[in-house]
Design a binder for this molecule. Structure first.
Ligand code: 0X9
Ligand code: ZN
Length: 406
């Protein structure tokens, strides 16, 4: 009798251990109706987006029933680390932005160091505040700290719109620093014979170090796999997907009206202070020549449109520049990023940033999905920061040069 009791306890322990793990599941999605069902469900997305014929979901120990409720065939791909309390491990004492991921304050601290060091090139302004009251900063590099209204080009780089895509703010730091160095050293880009100083001669560059600071910090303190901002939608649901909250095609395909969804679009276009901050910032400047929104993952270079499968009117130039970026990136470490218009290359996604800047300012707008292609997904190991930063700088430079030659 006693032996049986022990066995029971052991079996129970094994059973609850199995239920205790987080896992990545692949769900078969056969048509648009099934895709919408998956979009509206409350499971986290491991894939970048719901897509046919299959989509990977993050299923927690208490969430098996949500997977069953979908009534779609699925298989388990792998276990995942528990995204809650994942961050208990101590960090090494000496870290730097090329080898480690930074907290929000550390990121801004690093930009601040450079602003103090290079006041002749670097200025900053607060362009808004997040839902929880964190400042949203824009750092500007220009050839002079005096705002020049006559500057020909404005280039904006947006980082960290999606909280869990940590490599995005990390590449922002590197590209920013490289731009400063280009100005100081006047390097020549030997493939084009283009002096990098000319990159700053007729242009101002604005960097948003972290567009979604609340979400970003939440991925450090609480849930590593959080994507959206931290808006409280209902008594139990949080977060608007800021990259579904912009005005061009808002409410359309590839977004959800369910506040629990990872692609929840919000109650209206620009309902979120974070979206309004970068919208109003560019509206105040009054023009924009180029825009890159750094995301992960998938290794893609994407241009408008995201909200419709129609080709954008300027597709030829966007394509030529996108391919120039691809070639420059591949020359770094051999990674062939996939280039194409968003909707036909990746998926339909409406209310995104780059569609808005393209529609409003005719900016050469790109979403760059950084490493990797799914092995680690959003959990890109810090050991890959260095090479990914090189790729981002190469891609950025290729677009900046094209912008000047346009
Ligand atoms: O779904 C997204 O927002 C982006 N992929 S991610 O996995 N990083 O979330 C792609 C965005 C496509 N671009 C726009 N529609 N603007
Ligand atoms: Zn993203």
């Amino acid at each position: 009798m006693r032996g049986f009791g022990v066995l029971c306890v052991l079996a129970l322990a094994a059973w609850s251990a199995a239920q205790d793990s987080w896992a990545r599941y692949r769900v078969l999605v056969r048509n648009a109706e099934e895709a919408q069902r998956v979009s509206d469900c409350e499971l986290g997305l491991f894939s970048e987006q719901v897509s046919i014929p299959e989509t990977d979901l993050i299923v927690g120990p208490q969430e098996q029933y949500k997977l069953w409720a979908l009534q779609l065939p699925y298989t388990k791909i792998s276990d995942l680390p528990n995204p809650y309390g994942w961050n208990r491990l101590p960090r090494p004492r000496t870290i730097n932005y090329r080898t480690a991921y930074y907290r929000y304050d550390e990121i801004i601290g690093q930009y601040e160091e450079w602003r103090a060091q290079f006041p002749q090139y670097v200025t900053r302004q607060q362009i808004g505040s997040s839902i929880q009251g964190r400042p949203i900063w824009a750092y500007r590099i220009s050839r002079s700290p005096v705002v020049s209204t006559s500057v020909r080009h404005v280039f904006m780089v947006n980082c960290g719109i999606h909280a869990r895509e940590w490599i995005s703010p990390a590449v922002g730091l590197h590209v920013f620093r490289q731009l400063i160095d280009s100005q100081i050293n006047g390097f020549t880009d030997f493939t084009t014979n283009f002096s990098l100083r000319t990159m700053l001669r007729n242009a101002d560059y604005y960097f948003i170090p972290v567009h979604n600071p609340d979400g970003y910090e939440y991925t450090w303190t609480t849930n590593r796999m959080w994507r959206k901002n931290r808006r409280q939608n209902t008594s139990t649901t949080f977060g608007v997907d800021l990259n579904r909250n912009f005005g061009t095609g808002w409410g359309g395909a590839g977004s959800s009206g369910n506040p629990s969804s990872d692609t929840y679009r919000g109650t209206a276009a620009f309902s979120e202070p974070e979206s309004r901050a970068i919208r109003d910032h560019v509206n105040r400047i009054g023009k924009l020549s180029a825009f890159i929104d750094f995301h992960s993952y998938g290794e893609y270079i994407l241009w408008p449109w995201g909200y419709t499968l129609d080709l954008a009117p300027g597709d030829a130039w966007l394509r030529a520049s996108g391919l120039a970026m691809k070639t420059a990136i591949a020359a770094q470490h051999g990674h062939q990023y996939t280039a194409g218009p968003t909707a036909s290359t990746l998926y339909l996604a409406s209310g995104g940033t780059k569609d808005w800047y393209y529609a409003q300012f005719d900016a050469a707008s790109y979403t760059v999905e950084l490493r990797d292609t799914g092995q680690n997904g959003f959990l890109l190991p810090a050991s890959q920061i260095f090479d990914t930063q090189n790729e981002a700088w190469a891609g950025f430079k290729a677009l900046a040069l094209r912008m000047h030659l346009r």
